[in-house]
Every structure is written in structure tokens, then in C-alpha cells.
Design a protein around this ligand. Structure first.
Ligand code: ZN
Length: 569
């Protein structure tokens, strides 16, 4: 089995992640990483903050701190949110490190030595006052299309036109409030047209055997159908990865973030382990699965692989691209400035456990179409799926064994296995096979739905077999059948603790605690799935439970929903 390298798109450091960001990348990747660990695949799950760029520089300037200080503050904030959500990164790093400079510099030099880079002279706005060329975002002026007098250097907010800062009428540098001048400068471009054919055959090959969401295939196809254009990989920016020192005339320039940021996956891994090449320079033995929102697809399927293919090194390229569609909040676009949506920091203060948020986000994951977060639906799904279905089943089984079997599993089975048990055993094993199959294909929402089907089957099984009547029977055989039914039921509870682990890890641990079992025994290997055909033998006879009964979930009241809804109004 190949090693599994899993990445989730690097969140931009200045933004507090909202629920849509969380389900789009980190939470989805977390489920897949946890699943692979349960399959006993060698797994590495990497992410980190994307820290360079104009936005950071501007914000640091506004807050009166250095870009590094700003990044330190926000990196800690991201980390706290993901820890609260129980995201099981092997390492959550950052892009502003010397390792990034080293690795990005090497990739740049290999591309340069292979003649895939060339320089282009252009005229760009230059601030005499601050002695620097100005990135588009540093310039404001009058829009040449609609004459709006405060258009940004890259786009006019009034008419929506995409602009070059040199097109602005009467441009002003927003850093110094002075008029910049036009001055000749040069930038280095990556020659994408010469890499197009190799890129196309790479895409055809991996998309035929990897997991590619439909949107990722469509977006990549539409890029490759057009002739690719060369793109600048340097910028006039201080806060970025420096251009290698031996390239003359680029001392004040840094690498463009679209080229630089994906290399962050590699440098973050290298900051985590000296053995990073066994992951990133080992394409034969590593599957690389990248999770992201769909706006990030071209960077991962065109720019990033092209940058690596053009070197002399055999890099591990993405084998699977899993991109989500858009998610909105009550049918409106998430926006921190307009106070629309729930953000990572709000969730921590909500008093509602992380697993409930994880459940709802995964159950509305925009897997193949857009979806929306609705507070009323969040409440309804908690109260029906988690409390009435899942929590209720586990609770019924544990309570029954605590009360009637002195908090232990029944003794050795000593009767003919009843038809009802045979039927549910087959259904259970089929569900497990289906769940593994869906998770292998990264169909997380469907897989979670099947897990909930298991507890629904369990509830129905208790309803039909009525152990609460059998236990009171004076007939010895009835008691033996009751033993068999309860051994089966506790086996199903155990299977739930296993299948819930990738989705609701804290709930899985709570169930294991009641079962008096350690997390380390969980595995979702084919060998284990074979054993589930006799669920009544999954736990040994007379195994002592912890005797504790903890409520897995609590109802969410209308009041709690009202308290949450102020956030999104
Ligand atoms: Zn305009």
C-alpha cells in the first residue's frame, strides 16, 4: 500500500476562518487522514498558514506592527481554532520560514537552469518617496472605465473592471499618499506554454486513477483547453520569499505568492521531519491527496505541478484533487466585515461541542453542489440525527447492560443464532464495506450518512427483538437469546465507535470509555471487517464495561439557536 500524503489548502494568515473554510479544506482532509490511519496506511497530514503577500504587509502597516508580528498573532489564532475542532494535523506550520526560502530557491534555480524562466521588462509605478516599485494593491486612482475616483490598482470596486495599476488616472501610493512615477522594471516569468504538453499527460494519467472531484476535472480541463500563458513569478514586494541571490537585479523582489505558496506544503513538511524527501520526492510510493475549495484548483493542478515538472527532480505530484463547491450562510455569502456567517472564534464561544459542528458541516458538505448553513437545520439535525438516533441507541444498550448484566457484556453465546441477528450481521458488514468504499473515494458526506444508518439499524433491531421483555422471561432459552441480542447490540456500539472516529472523534472516545476500551485498538482494516459478520463476538464475553453512562449529545433549544443567530444577522 502506498504512503498517504494529505494536504489541506493553506489558509491565508489574516483571515479568521469561517465555517465554509473549515469544511472546504481542513475538516474534510482531517476525516480522510483519520480514515487512512484506521486503515493502517502510513499517513502524513500537513497544513499551515500562508503568510506572505501584500495583504499582510498592508494590514501590518495599519496595525503598526511588523508583518512577522502580525503573522505570529494570526498563526496562533488559526492553530487554536483547528485544535478546538480536533483537526489531527501531523504538523501545522507556516510559509515564512528559512526552509521555504531554501526549497523555493532551489526549485527556482532548477527551473532557471532548465531555461523555463525568462525576464520581461515592463513599466511599473514607482514611489520615489519610499524608493520602491508598487504592487497593484498599493495604488489607488481614478478608474479609466467609469471614472470612479477611488479604484484599487487591481480592480475597480465600483464597476468591477479588472485593472492594471498603470491604467489608473492620477494614481496615488496608499502607503505614502504621494504620486508615483512610471519607471522601467523587470520580472521573471515561468514559461508555461513549453510545459503544457507534459502537464496535460500528467493530468490525463492521474485523473484516470486518482480521486478527482468533478469540479477539479472540469476546471483543469478548461485551463488546458486554452493555450497556457506565461506568468510572472516575481513581484515588487518586501514581505515574501526572496528571489535567489545569484539572480542579478532582483534584490528588492520576492517570489509571487501563486508560485511560492504551494511550495509551502513541501517546506512545512521539511520543518516537521528530516525525512521529507521520502514523502515529496517519492512519486512511486506516495499518494498525494489535496483538499481545497474550488477557487484553489488551478493553483494545485496547473501552476504547482508545472513548477515541479520543470525541475530536474522527480517530485511527488498531486494524485487526487478534492475540491468542494461553495457554501453560504442562510443563503448569503460569508463576510467578516459585513458580519455574515459564523467564524471559527464564534464557534469556540458557542458552548456547543466541536463534534456537533463537525457533524453538521460534514452532513451539508458541498460535495457535488453548493449548500448553505441554516441554523434551524443545524438544530434539527442535532436533535434528530445525533440525540434521537445515534445517542439514543448507544444509551439504550449501555443502560441495559449496566442494569441487567452488572455492567459487562453477556457470557458465551449458548443458543442457535436467531434469524434477526443473522440478518443485522449481514447488513452491518455490508454497511462497513460501503463506508470504506465511500471514504476511499472521498465521498465523506455519503459515508457519514451510512454511519448514521448503522445506529438506525440498531434502534430498529432493539425495537424488533425486545430484549427488555426477554430479560424478564422465566424461560431459560429466552434469556440465552437475550444474551445473543445484547452481545450483538454492544458489537454494533463498538462498530459505531470505530466508524465515527474519522467524523466525530470525541464522541468515538466517549463511547470507547463506556466500553472500557482504548482508542489504539480501533482499526478499519479488511481483516477487521471480516470479523464483523459475527458482531456478537467482537467484544469478549463477560468483558467489564466502565459502568459509566455519559450522554453523548444534548438537545439544542430554541434559545440557544437565537443566541447563535445574532452572529449571522
Ligand atoms: Zn470603474
Amino acid at each position: 500500500m502506498k504512503k498517504q500524503l494529505i494536504t489541506s489548502a493553506l489558509p491565508y494568515v489574516n483571515n479568521v476562518p469561517h465555517l465554509g473554510n473549515i469544511i472546504g479544506s481542513v475538516l474534510s482532509a482531517d476525516v480522510y487522514a483519520r480514515f487512512n490511519r484506521l486503515r493502517h496506511n502510513e499517513t502524513l497530514f500537513i497544513c499551515g498558514t500562508d503568510e506572505y503577500g501584500t495583504t499582510t504587509e498592508i494590514k501590518a502597516c495599519q496595525e503598526g506592527v511588523s508583518p512577522q508580528e502580525l503573522c505570529n498573532k494570526y498563526h496562533a489564532l488559526h492553530l487554536a481554532i483547528y485544535e478546538w475542532f480536533n483537526i489531527s494535523f501531523d504538523y501545522f506550520g507556516r510559509t515564512s520560514t528559512s526552509m521555504q526560502t531554501h526549497i523555493a530557491g532551489n526549485i527556482f534555480m532548477e527551473l532557471y537552469n532548465n531555461d523555463h524562466l525568462f525576464s520581461v521588462e515592463t513599466n511599473q509605478l514607482y514611489s520615489v518617496t519610499s524608493d520602491r516599485f508598487l504592487a497593484d494593491r498599493y495604488v489607488r486612482g481614478t478608474c479609466p472605465k467609469c471614472y470612479f475616483d477611488a479604484a484599487n490598482g487591481d480592480q475597480c470596486e465600483h464597476c468591477g473592471s479588472l485593472l492594471e495599476s498603470t491604467e489608473l488616472i492620477d494614481p496615488i501610493c496608499i502607503l505614502t499618499n504621494t504620486h508615483p512615477v512610471l519607471k522601467q522594471t523587470k520580472h521573471i516569468y515561468l514559461n508555461l506554454p513549453v510545459l503544457q504538453d507534459t502537464l496535460f499527460s500528467y493530468f490525463k494519467r492521474v485523473s484516470s486513477y486518482g480521486n478527482w472531484s468533478n469540479n477539479a476535472i472540469q476546471i483543469t480541463n478548461s485551463w488546458l483547453k486554452e493555450k497556457l500563458k506565461s506568468r510572472a513569478i516575481t513581484r515588487d514586494l518586501v514581505w515574501g520569499t526572496p528571489v535567489p541571490k545569484n539572480i542579478e537585479g532582483y534584490e528588492k523582489k520576492t517570489l509571487y505568492v501563486w508560485f511560492d505558496a504551494p511550495i509551502g506544503y513541501i517546506s512545512i513538511t521539511a520543518n516537521f521531519t528530516n525525512d521529507w524527501k521520502s514523502w515529496w520526492q517519492n512519486p512511486k510510493n506516495v499518494n498525494l491527496t489535496c483538499f481545497m475549495g474550488k477557487d484553489n484548483v488551478p493553483f494545485h493542478t496547473i501552476m504547482f505541478p508545472a513548477s515541479l515538472i520543470g525541475t530536474n527532480t522527480s517530485w511527488t505530484l498531486p494524485t487526487s484533487i478534492i475540491a468542494t463547491e461553495y457554501i453560504s450562510f442562510e443563503n448569503k455569502k460569508f463576510s467578516k466585515s459585513k458580519n455574515i456567517g459564523i467564524f471559527g472564534d464564534d464557534v469556540i464561544k458557542s458552548g456547543i461541542p466541536a463534534d456537533v459542528w463537525r457533524y453538521y458541516l460534514l452532513s451539508i458538505r458541498p460535495e457535488s453542489s453548493d449548500s448553505t448553513f441554516k441554523l434551524s437545520d443545524f438544530q434539527a439535525k442535532n436533535n434528530s440525527d445525533l440525540v434521537n438516533n445515534l445517542g439514543n441507541f448507544v444509551n439504550r444498550v449501555i443502560t441495559f447492560l449496566n442494569a441487567n448484566y452488572d455492567a459487562a457484556t453477556p457470557s458465551e453465546i449458548n443458543c442457535t443464532i436467531p434469524q434477526s441477528v443473522l440478518v443485522i450481521s449481514i447488513k452491518l458488514q455490508n454497511k462497513l464495506k460501503l463506508i470504506v468504499n465511500l471514504l476511499n473515494k472521498c465521498q465523506l458526506k455519503k459515508a457519514l450518512n451510512e454511519v448514521l444508518h448503522i445506529s438506525a439499524l440498531g434502534n430498529k433491531f432493539l425495537q424488533e427483538t425486545q430484549p427488555f421483555l426477554l430479560i424478564k422471561s422465566t424461560n431459560e432459552n429466552d434469556k440465552k437469546i437475550c444474551d445473543c441480542i445484547m452481545s450483538t447490540s454492544i458489537g454494533i456500539v463498538y462498530v459505531l465507535s470505530l466508524t465515527l472516529e474519522p467524523f466525530l472523534p470525541s464522541t468515538s472516545v466517549k463511547i470507547l470509555n463506556m466500553l472500557n476500551l482504548q482508542h489504539s485498538i480501533l482499526n478499519l482494516t479488511d481483516k477487521f471487517i471480516e470479523k464483523t459478520i459475527t458482531p456478537y463476538r467482537l467484544l469478549p464475553p463477560c468483558h467489564k464495561l466502565s459502568g459509566v453512562k455519559c450522554l453523548l449529545f444534548q438537545r439544542i433549544s430554541n434559545n440557544e439557536i437565537t443566541n447563535l443567530s445574532f452572529v449571522g444577522s
